[in-house]
Design a protein around this ligand. Structure first.
Ligand code: HPA
Length: 297
């Protein structure tokens, strides 16, 4: 329906939604970004990696061919969070072509879900066969401790919205994607083998996503534990739902950067999150690289 042409100073003025796009505009924006990335590199990545807060050092171990700041990719948004670099990197790991997103954008930054999923869809359309998605998360399971790495066995979406709400982009997949095996056991088994070979203890559990950006209250954490969550964070679910729609299997790895609110007698800070990711960076990088090699062997 056409809105009456009111000025923003008019109390009856309703601002247009920031991201009203038709499905044609959305797929065209994704395709344009794909064409742009292909114009910068002819590499055909086989696996994608999304690196979460403070977990960007994996990139140091890659033979980087092309690094593209998100700001240069048409349609992409820049991350505003400390610890997120905001570059798409095309690289080789022992001969295998991969695409790495060093840093992500989050729903809590104020972006629309279509914007949060945008680059995942772009790397999906670049033709990746699998995605490794990583994040920093708070530990809800009291058997965990800060510094543990957790394979995501499943997720609970409590971001308050399903990211696929809105017109379905049929070119990407079906209206009602199946989510029963978003994080296939076969990929987790490979990751467990890699961890065993590296002598790493690895946890496994359910990741629950809230929109953030405030951390949870102790009462919320108790409630979330009853719901079956082992870890809590503010990301990942939109990207994984986008992958499920595109039928791309995901391995999810959470770095438990802190115990969730109320478990320990201490306050939560982003600094603790960054300090823990720095502490486990070496183990985390070894696990991701090992999985990348095994996924393409
Ligand atoms: N809660 C939510 N998100 C997080 C946390 C947390 O405790 N730690 C790292 N990301």
């Amino acid at each position: 329906m056409q809105q009456p042409n009111r000025q923003p100073t008019d109390p009856r003025y309703t601002p247009p939604s920031k991201f009203v796009q038709t499905r044609k505009q959305m797929i065209e924006a994704i395709n344009e970004a794909v064409r742009f990335v292909r114009s910068r590199s002819s590499m055909q990545p086989r696996v994608g990696v999304i690196l979460g807060s403070g977990l960007g050092d994996v990139v140091d171990a890659l033979e980087v061919e092309t690094a593209i700041p998100y700001s240069e990719i048409p349609g992409a948004r820049a991350s505003t969070v400390v610890g997120h670099q905001g570059r798409m990197i095309l690289a080789h790991v022992q001969g295998t072509p991969v695409v790495v997103m060093q840093g992500r954008i989050h729903f809590y930054e104020g972006y629309e879900m279509a914007e949060v999923m945008f680059l995942s869809r772009v790397i999906g359309r670049l033709g990746i066969e699998k995605l490794i998605v990583t994040n920093a998360a708070g530990g809800i399971n009291t058997k965990f401790q800060a510094g543990d790495l957790m394979l995501i066995s499943d997720h609970i979406n409590m971001m308050g919205m399903n990211p696929l709400r809105g017109p379905n982009i049929d070119d990407l997949g079906v209206r009602f994607p199946d989510m029963s095996e978003a994080y296939p056991e076969s990929l987790r088994d490979i990751a467990k083998d890699v961890a065993r070979e590296l002598g790493q203890l690895i946890q496994e559990g359910v990741y629950l996503a809230l929109s953030g950006p405030s951390y949870e209250t102790p009462a919320e954490i108790r409630a979330l534990r009853h719901l079956g969550a082992d870890a809590v964070g503010m990301s990942t679910v939109p990207e994984v739902i986008a992958m499920s729609q595109m039928q791309i299997p995901v391995l999810g790895i959470s770095c438990i950067t802190n115990m969730a609110a109320g478990i320990l007698k201490q306050k939560l800070t982003h600094q603790e999150v960054m300090d823990t990711t720095a502490r486990v960076q070496k183990d985390f990088t070894a696990l991701v690289l090992g999985c990348l090699q095994r996924f393409t062997a």
